[in-house]
Write a protein that binds this ligand. Structure first.
Ligand code: HEM
Length: 483
């Protein structure tokens, strides 16, 4: 129980917070040249509309206000740019800064501040950019080893999400933290608790206090059984990214709690790869023609690379990346399942000109954002935008206002250093699954996007779907390298 004095302090702080919030919110006046501010609830602005269905909400605003308008999510003003051609200009503008956003997520969600983040991300980013990245020397971990463990079961039925967790998430977890299956901080435990903690991500990054969500606090406590830094550094199979980040943070005098917070962020970014893998498999299973086309492509590639003397087929990263149907299936899945915000903090008042020639005054202290999921569902860019078309991206170009888009799918924003590695891991995994398993959705099963999680990098499904699978034992072993 809290002492009376502590309750009093908490109450005073809350009342002062509310007064400050109301004053800051209602004293705001639109200045000449600034975009329209969309009217929302007195208290939480447009957060309710956004969380009901962000894409529908933003499309509706676009119809009324055009390609640039400002929304308020609780206490934060975000100016939304709906013109996809402005992505590159927005990414390059030096007054639009990602660091305060990253700081906000690190602190509000994971409870730490990273000292000198630019230097660290520059250095650690090299370990995952590839080629020749050395995230973990044993790349066979990425999908194939764990798929083998599932393949020991000749027949099985499971949730598709559970299957993806036991294969890909397990492989990624052990690649990042070193093989941890016998440690209390293992992939099963992390999957279960991260899933719970993650549900509250949108509340946390906007600054809603964690104590309001005891379930999330309990999950976080479980996750913090993570080994201390010395124990992790002593593991010979921990990822170079983790080693470098840990050493860097120790040199900066950061605490063990900070280091653990950082490693949870790293788990968070890798968790996105798992979430996309689920949707790739789900899309393939719901569209048998796409599964058949991909299987043909993968089988032909394996036949071409097969070394009969060893019964292996070795692929470089570039060879995997050249599989066009695989690439299209994944891009199409990211288009449909991305929930990400590309946000920057506006460090000083800036005149920003969108590519259609309109200039707006962006206010210091606000945020500017592009919302890729709204662009990904624009029917002018993508025909039948809600449909999964597995070959949509094979040799295709996309246009808006008659002009070709440089980046039609922007699910990685402009800064993600893990982009190539995450895509390679996904491709390794999907090739391994297609080669090794026959998967079938049980009758009546259909995965639905949980749209209330818009704001997460990748949307989760409303619930898991049941599949049955058979494993083939006698095919060639596939070996991957990332060059
Ligand atoms: C499918 C998986 C992934 C998705 C969808 C994803 C998406 C993103 C997005 C949207 C951003 C913000 C970029 C921006 O606003 O311009 C970002 C940043 C970042 N991502 Fe990823 N990411 C993924 C995997 C990874 C992986 C595997 C790593 C491992 C290194 C990683 C490391 C980072 C880092 C360090 C940043 C911050 C970059 C900076 O501050 O400059 N991501 N990611």
């Amino acid at each position: 129980m809290l002492a009376l004095g502590t309750w009093f302090l908490l109450l005073t702080a809350t009342v002062l917070g509310i007064i400050y919030f109301l004053m800051a919110t209602f004293s705001r006046k639109r200045r000449p040249g600034e975009p329209v501010v969309v009217k929302g609830s007195l208290l939480w602005g447009s957060a309710g509309d956004f969380s009901t269905h962000a894409v529908n909400f933003l499309h509706k605003c676009q119809k009324t206000y055009g390609d640039c308008f400002t929304i308020r999510l609780i206490n934060q003003y975000l100016t939304i740019i709906m013109d996809p051609h402005s992505f590159e200009a927005m990414s390059k503008e030096k007054n639009f800064d990602f660091d305060p956003i990253q700081k906000q997520v690190n602190w509000n969600v994971f409870g730490f501040v990273l000292k000198d983040p630019r230097k660290m991300i520059k250095e650690t980013g090299k370990t995952v950019r590839g080629p020749n990245n050395n995230n973990n020397n044993n790349h066979n971990n990425n999908g194939s080893i764990s798929c083998q463990s599932e393949a020991r079961r000749p027949y099985g039925s499971d949730g598709l999400r559970a299957f993806t967790s036991k294969t890909l998430f397990n492989a990624i977890f052990n690649t990042v933290f070193g093989n941890s299956d016998d440690h209390p901080f293992n992939s099963n435990m992390a999957y279960k608790n991260f899933d719970i903690f993650h549900k509250f991500f949108n509340y946390f990054w906007l600054g809603v206090p964690k104590f309001l969500f005891p379930q999330a606090i309990d999950a976080l406590k479980e996750l913090l059984v993570m080994p201390e830094s010395e124990e992790l550094l002593a593991r010979n199979d921990v990822a170079d990214y983790i080693k470098m980040a840990t050493n860097y943070m120790k040199e900066q005098g950061q605490t063990e709690a900070d280091i653990k917070g950082h490693h949870l962020v790293y788990l968070h970014v890798n968790y996105n790869t798992f979430r996309i893998a689920f949707w790739v498999l789900s899309n393939l299973l719901e569209h048998p023609e796409s599964y058949a086309a991909l299987k043909d492509e993968v089988t032909a590639a394996i036949d071409e690379k097969l070394d009969p003397s060893t019964n292996t087929a070795s692929f470089t990263g570039k060879e995997i990346e050249s599989l066009q149907i695989l690439d299209s299936v994944i891009t199409e899945t990211m288009r449909l399942s991305s929930g990400v915000f590309v946000v920057r903090y506006i460090t000083k008042d800036t005149q920003f000109t969108t590519t259609d020639g309109q200039t707006y005054l962006m206010r210091e202290g606000d945020r500017i954002a592009l919302y890729p999921p709204a662009i990904h569902k624009d029917p002018e860019i993508f025909e039948d935008p809600l449909e999964f078309k597995y070959d949509r991206f094979v040799g295709a170009t996309f246009f808006k206002n008659g002009k070709e888009l440089m980046n039609p799918v922007t699910a990685f924003g402009s800064l993600c250093p893990g982009r190539r590695f995450a895509l390679l891991q996904l491709k390794w995994f999907i090739v391994s699954v297609v080669r090794r398993f026959h998967l079938r959705l049980l009758d009546g099963e259909h995965a639905e996007y949980a749209y209330e999680y818009h704001g997460h990098e990748v949307l989760p499904p409303k619930k898991d779907v049941q599949v049955e699978f058979w494993a083939e034992d006698d095919g060639p072993v596939i070996l991957y390298s990332d060059e």
